[in-house]
Write a protein that binds this ligand. Structure first.
Ligand code: KG4
Ligand code: ZN
Length: 347
């Protein structure tokens, strides 16, 4: 039996998990910082790194206790060291290095984006390679060609906002609050996609994504075209002028356009690459419409689609420990001189 302690701190979740043999999650602790960032409508990097510092040791201690093990039972420590907010990443990486040195256990660093694609393994999926990996989250919208769980080539990515970021901004435009993805999803359930919004497509052969134009189209649709007054852009309407049904209809219209764009990129990648399955991860995979459309795509292309359980869609350390297990098994080891990086495979 191999036990890996995973540590994750790339954005605003402080997380630790103990995973057995890469698949059995013995503990999975995620301390969210939503309440610290809500007033700003987004993650404030400096606040995030300070909060990680306060939470990292209690979170690791709880992960060890919940798994019913001691630190000396752990075979290796895996940490997401790229990509992400540098101040946040450094907290997890420093904790992992300190544990590795003091316990004399191997240190394994993993790419956070590739780790999202381990999440379906935690729900017993049998992923076969080559596979098409799609990571749709608050910070990333990337498509990867994987030849094994850790070897990836980036096929395409967003050229501006990430899809989750666009969901968050759309929720803010509609006055639904932050974080917005789940709120748009819920509002869309009772709305109809009656408004025509653009399906942004990038030019060229790469299946890249773009979401900032869609967000602006929503803003102008909801609030009207701005007029210049006293040197400022002033909108003729506010989202508070809309009734509940109108908000839900806009949410459904936005969700349809965003999911259509994601699906268009995936279809393009499937038509240009010979893969045995699709594997997906990231917070936006919690979206009801995206999951439904991915499952339908699987039937029409006759290809297995591996989706994570809801609890493993958003950032967590079980996926880090899982990919760490793969690295451990193939003999990979990192030196204590390794550090964090804001850039990874898909950025
Ligand atoms: O994977 P994640 O925790 O963050 C990054 O690694 O960046 O994903 C968080 C993102 C947020 O933008 C959130 O709004 C979005 O996932 N999200 C959703 C849903 N639940 C979370 N987006 C659309 N529909 C949802 N149900
Ligand atoms: Zn993530």
């Amino acid at each position: 039996m191999t036990l890996i302690l995973g540590i994750e701190s790339s954005c605003d979740e402080t997380a630790a998990a103990v995973v057995e043999n890469g698949r059995t999650v013995r503990s999975n602790i995620v301390a969210s910082q939503d309440e610290l960032h809500v007033a700003y409508g987004g993650v404030v990097p400096e606040i995030a790194s300070r909060a990680h510092l306060e939470r990292i040791l209690p979170v690791i201690t709880k992960a060890i206790d919940d798994a019913n093990v001691t630190l000396s039972d752990i075979d290796a420590i895996a940490v997401g060291n790229r990509p992400g907010l540098i101040g946040s990443l450094l907290v997890g990486v420093s904790a992992a290095k300190a544990l590795s040195w003091s316990l004399g256990k191997p240190l394994l660093t993993v790419d956070h984006v590739i780790a999202h694609l381990w999440a379906p393994f935690l729900s017993d999926s049998e992923v076969t390679y080559p596979s098409l990996g799609i990571v749709v989250s608050g910070g990333h919208t990337s498509m990867l060609l994987l030849t094994d769980p850790n070897s990836a080539t980036c096929l395409g990515k967003t050229i501006d906002d990430a899809a989750g970021e666009a969901f968050d901004k759309a929720a803010s435009i509609l006055g639904l609050g932050w974080p917005g993805g789940a709120r748009i999803d819920k509002a869309a359930a009772t709305g109809s996609p009656v408004h025509k919004l653009p399906r942004p497509k990038t030019s060229g052969d790469r299946p890249d994504f773009s979401f900032s134009g869609l967000k602006t189209a929503l803003l102008y649709g909801v609030r009207g075209n701005p007029v210049r007054r006293d040197g400022k852009n002033v909108f003729p309407r506010n989202s508070t002028d809309l009734n509940e049904q109108e908000i839900c209809d806009w949410a459904a219209s936005f969700q349809h356009a965003a999911v259509d764009s994601i699906m268009h990129g995936i279809q393009h990648a499937l038509e240009h690459n010979n893969v045995r399955c699709v594997v997906a991860g990231g917070g936006v995979l919690a979206n009801t419409l995206l999951r439904k459309q991915l499952e339908a795509l699987g039937s029409s292309y006759n290809i297995p689609i591996h989706l994570p359980d809801f609890k493993f869609c958003v950032d967590n350390a079980a996926m880090i420990a899982g990919l760490g297990y793969h690295l451990f098994e193939i003999g990979h080891r990192d030196q204590l001189s390794v550090t964090a990086s804001p850039k990874g495979i898909a950025s």
